[in-house]
Structure formats: C-alpha cells, structure tokens
Design a protein around this ligand. Sequence first.
Ligand SMILES: CC/C=C\C/C=C\C/C=C\CC/C=C/CC(=O)SCCNC(=O)CCNC(=O)[C@H](O)C(C)(C)COP(=O)(O)OP(=O)(O)OC[C@H]1O[C@@H](n2cnc3c(N)ncnc32)[C@H](O)[C@@H]1OP(=O)(O)O
Length: 280
Amino acid sequence: MALLCFQSLRMLRSGIRCMSQNAQLVSLTVNDKTGVATLSLQRPPVNSLNLELLTEISSALTEATDNNSRGLILTSTNDGVFSAGLDILEMYKPNLDRVKEFWTKLQETWIKLYQTAYPTVAVINGHSPAGGCLLALSCEHRIMVKNFTIGLNETRLGIVAPPWFIASMVNVIGQRQSERALTLGHMFTTEEAKNVGLIDEIVQNKAEGTTQAEAFIQKFAKIPFQARSLTKTWLRNKTVESLVKNREDDLNMFLQVVTQPNAQESLGHYIQSLKNKATK
Ligand SMILES: CC/C=C\C/C=C\C/C=C\CC/C=C/CC(=O)SCCNC(=O)CCNC(=O)[C@H](O)C(C)(C)COP(=O)(O)OP(=O)(O)OC[C@H]1O[C@@H](n2cnc3c(N)ncnc32)[C@H](O)[C@@H]1OP(=O)(O)O
C-alpha cells in the first residue's frame, strides 16, 4: 500500500496519470503534459491474448479515445515478451460459447486498434509471435528492442493466419515478402525485421524505445488532428471493411479451421512442446 502511494505520488509529480483504474491485465497511463497514453500489457507470464486480456485492451483503446489522447504507445511490462500471441488454451479443446466470444473480441480489438484516430506506436520490448505481431502491425510505427523475434508463425503450428492478419502484414511489407514470411511461418530477428520494413527502428532497450515513440507522435503536433485521422481512416478503410462486412463468415471460418481434428492435434503437440521447454 505504502509502495503504491509512493509510486502514485511519483507519477503525479512527473505528470503521469493512471487511467483504466479497474483494469488488471493492462495498465493505461497518460502523460498530462503531452497527452500521450501508454497501454502496457501485463498478463504474466507471456501476455498471451485470452478473452479477458483482449477485453481490457479494447476498453483501454476506447478510454484513450474518450480522453482525447494525442497518441498511444503500446508496450509490455515484461521486458522479454511483448505478447506470445493468442492464448492457445482458448483454441485447444474449446468451449463453443467462449471461443466464439473470444474470436469476436479479437475482431473488435483489431478493428479498434487498426483505425484509432490518434497515432499509435508499438514499442516491442520482447518476442512478438503471431497475434503479438498482429498488434504491432496494427500500429502506425514499430520500434523494437534488439535480440528478439517477430512474425506471423501460424503455419508452423498447423493453423492458418486469417485474411485480416495477412492484410495487416501485406500493408506493411508488401505482397512478396509477406508471401515468403507467412508460408514459412518465419520469425524475423530484430535486424531482419528492420531490413524488410516490418519494424521502423531498432533500440537498445524499452526506455530508448519510449523516447523514440514520443518523438514519433510529436511529429504530428502541428498537423490538424481531424485531417490526420481522416487520412488514416481512408488509407486503412479497405482493409478494415473487408472484415467488418464479413465478421460472421470470419468467425465461422475460424471455428471450422480451429476445430478440425488435425488443427487440434497440432495445437495439443504445440502446447506440450511449450510446456516441455518451460520445465527444462
Ligand atoms: C481458409 C482459412 C481462412 C481463414 C482462417 C481462419 C481461421 C484460422 C484459424 C486459426 C487462426 C488462429 C490464429 C492464431 C494466432 C496466434 O497468435 S497463435 C499463438 C502463437 N504463439 C506462439 O507460437 C508463441 C508461443 N510461445 C513462445 O514462443 C514463447 O512462450 C515466447 C517466445 C513467447 C516466450 O518464451 P519464454 O519467455 O521462454 O516463455 P515460455 O515459453 O517458457 O512460456 C511460459 C509459459 O507460457 C505458456 N505460453 C507461451 N505461449 C503461450 C500462448 N501463446 N498461449 C498460451 N500459453 C502460452 C507456456 O506454455 C508456459 O506455460 P507453463 O509455465 O509451462 O504453464
């Protein structure tokens, strides 16, 4: 309690204010001097995206909008893992009602993040496979700490990246590089990611990443907010609309693919291999 008060006092002095008071799996703060919000994923051990974490991310994005944020930095409290992607346990031997809600929440979160009016920067301070990469790809700028990996590795798990995951990558690195990366399920090192344009900057650590992210958002200070946000909407509209118009079909396709016996078998083996690795 004393520590909490001390931290709050220190944050207040530096102009940092806590939002999302009820959130447990994310923290949302805003710098009152710059208007920039920071959304940090904090679901141990690896920020895997389950229904509850997605719900909190989605609510935080709305709160940042309601608070008229000038920009948003998306990062992780775990220096080592940005996000392990979708929580595989949500997809393995799923409860039908819950897995439907899970996928619908994922769609909602992506749609919101992909078209925020404010500029978004991912400070990728750890590994970022699959759904973690999707979150980063949905931001406007990506800054990554060295010595980690990022990519859409779904084919390696025997599952398929849905069309909107693919479009998010194509929009950043183009058709040719995406085709190679997605079919192989390639995880790029930080250096490789920079070389193909999957990330924009390499930094030594999260603190440097945050400074660079603030500098990126600051570039828009003199650009009228509405003009900027409408331009972003129009640039991204085709990609978003292709999911918005087909949410039900996309959900059904997901359910069909993920419940296939061979997909379940692959997921089961994969969970076991992760557990074996963790106990070594
Ligand atoms: C025609 C078709 C059209 C349309 C298609 C439609 C639908 C397609 C169907 C499905 C698409 C589904 C899309 C899925 C996208 C995803 O995001 S799948 C998830 C992919 N994620 C990964 O592969 C990451 C796996 N994890 C790791 O590589 C490492 O954990 C990581 C590098 C992130 C961190 O390493 P480290 O710090 O060493 O941690 P550990 O490996 O020791 O892990 C700690 C514990 O966390 C558990 N864990 C790790 N990742 C996950 C996860 N994603 N979900 C759940 N749990 C995870 C791990 O088992 C350890 O648990 P333990 O402590 O042993 O209990």
